[in-house]
Design a protein around this ligand. Structure first.
Ligand SMILES: Nc1ncnc2c1ncn2[C@@H]1O[C@H](COP(=O)(O)OP(=O)(O)O)[C@@H](O)[C@H]1O
Ligand SMILES: [Mg+2]
Length: 298
């Protein structure tokens, strides 16, 4: 396997130019009348790492789904790079989504398929239909998949069934799938909410490296304030569909979070407030310690 080198996130191929994201007075009202976003305006320059925080129901998922056009705006406009999302028809929207890597809390992998097959799905938007139907991926696509898996440290799991991997490993496969798209933006919706604390940190580190080394614009929805502070460069706080905080993440105080949450902060708002599973508390790399050579860069 020629790509089995420790190539790092940045070396997979020429980095695509990342996209800026801009929302202008965006309101989303769901068909049942619920307000998902309430007059949100945001300018996120290309290459920014953003943590979006807020309580459950505050509109974080709606924001991410509006940016990739899964949820239509009721009013206002959304643009990514030089493309209008809110004005796009189905075909243009498909093309835009081909450039946006998505990572979800539940990983969204095909459990019975191999890790490699799951990552090759990231090439779908860039692959002619006949090749997909015949399962004949180009060598260049496979190389991108190998490099993406290598960059998140799970290349050795190439032929494993996705469902046989741990949660942290599955999330890394999902990140590799997003990377194999050579995305201009990565949108991650609560990517670490179902992971134990050490694994949550290593997955957040992977997202940070994608941003720092590839320069990709990364938006991560989080509900834990310490993760948002540590990994976000810019912090956007949401409450009841509105942006109620927008500033540097590192300097956001507990009082800022109380204003975002609309209540006092408590232990459950911090990852560090959740006890680590026995035997994992001292190892910041969590599960990836099983494969230290691949992760020695962190
Ligand atoms: N498909 C939907 N139909 C109706 N209401 C929805 C839908 N999705 C989300 N909502 C509502 O929109 C608001 C924002 O939800 P969401 O964006 O999922 O928040 P978060 O991701 O921060 O938990 C909530 O009141 C939620 O109940
Ligand atoms: Mg959500």
């Amino acid at each position: 396997m020629s790509a089995a080198t420790n190539s790092g996130v940045g070396a997979a191929s020429a980095a695509p130019t990342p996209w800026a994201i801009s929302l202008d007075a965006v309101t989303v009202r769901y068909p049942n009348g619920t307000l998902g976003l309430d007059n949100v305006s945001l300018d996120i320059p290309a290459g920014t790492m953003v943590a979006i925080v807020g309580l459950s129901g505050s509109g974080k998922s709606t924001l991410i789904r509006t940016i990739n056009g899964l949820v239509p705006v009721t009013s206002g406009s959304v643009a990514v790079g030089d493309r209008s999302v809110s004005g796009a028809g189905p075909r243009a929207l498909r093309a835009i989504r081909g450039e946006i890597g998505m990572v979800f809390q539940g990983f969204n992998l095909a459990g019975r398929a191999s890790v490699l097959q799951n990552v090759l799905v990231g090439r779908l938007a860039h692959t002619p239909l006949w090749r997909t139907l015949l399962g004949r991926y180009r060598d260049a696509d496979k190389q991108l998949a190998y490099a993406a898996l290598d960059s998140v440290g799970i290349l050795p799991k190439l032929y494993s069934r996705a469902s046989d991997l741990s949660g942290g490993q599955q999330q890394r496969v999902a990140i590799a799938r997003a990377l194999s798209q050579q995305p201009k933006v990565v949108l991650a919706d609560e990517p670490v909410a179902s992971l134990d604390p050490p694994t949550a940190h290593s997955v957040m580190n992977d997202l940070r490296r994608i941003n720092e080394e590839r320069g990709i614009t990364v938006l991560v929805n989080l509900h834990l304030l310490d993760l948002a502070r540590e990994y976000g460069v810019r912090l956007i706080g949401m409450r009841a569909g509105k942006v109620v905080y927008d500033g540097p993440a590192a300097s956001a105080s507990d009082a800022d979070f109380e204003q975002i949450y609309g209540r006092s902060v408590n232990a459950a708002d911090r990852l560090s407030g959740v006890p680590a599973p026995l035997g994992q508390g001292l190892d910041p790399r969590g599960e990836s310690a099983a494969n230290p050579a691949d992760r020695a860069d962190e």
